[in-house]
Design a binder for this molecule. Sequence first.
Ligand code: CA
Length: 235
Amino acid sequence: MRILVIEDEKRIAEAIRRSLETVGYIIDTKANFNEGFHSALNPDYDLIVLDRMLPNHTDGLEIVKLIRERKISTPVLLLSALSEVDERVEGLRAGADDYLPKPFSIKELTARIKVLLRRPKTHLGNQLSVGDLRLDSESREAVRAGRRIKLSRREYKLLNYLLHNQDRIISKAEIISHAWDADSIILPNTVEVYIGYLRKKIDKDFPDRPALIHTVFGFGYRIGEETSTTVKVID
Ligand code: CA
């Protein structure tokens, strides 16, 4: 999961970054309106944490309005020292998904982010699942057919992303942008290698169970129970 944090107060931005990175999210931070708006236009973010009061008297709420006008539907969590009910309503009307008044606890922020990211129907509590495979976001462990599967940090991020997008074809470029840091140089081959590791752990080690990770030649990958090639392509 890749999260954009638009917040000019460095101390707060760094605190958010540190705690969200320990939960396994990839964080990019921007400290002013223009850079924030520019980044928010990138539909690859899974969530945006957005401060309302930005430098030079700009209002983060305008970023929400502008991206919604452009049909960017990334969930937005607004932060603001303005905590009156009217401000909150204004934020939600503009298209934000949640509103957290400052000062807030990082714990609450993290909890609300998890809720916003928990959109797929197959998400139960801290678990994502497909077929008989479950992934626990607390223990970062996968379990298939009752057997525990140990995952490396990268494998976890990759599987987590696949499970949030099940039954959709995901390109290698998309995987790189969601499971690797912005500054790492990743070749499409690296994705193949990691898909190979995951496939060994969740499919090949369970030869009597149906394969879950499917290669869609020329496009990318898909995770799901169905092996048929007639899959939904959602753009
Ligand atoms: Ca601010």
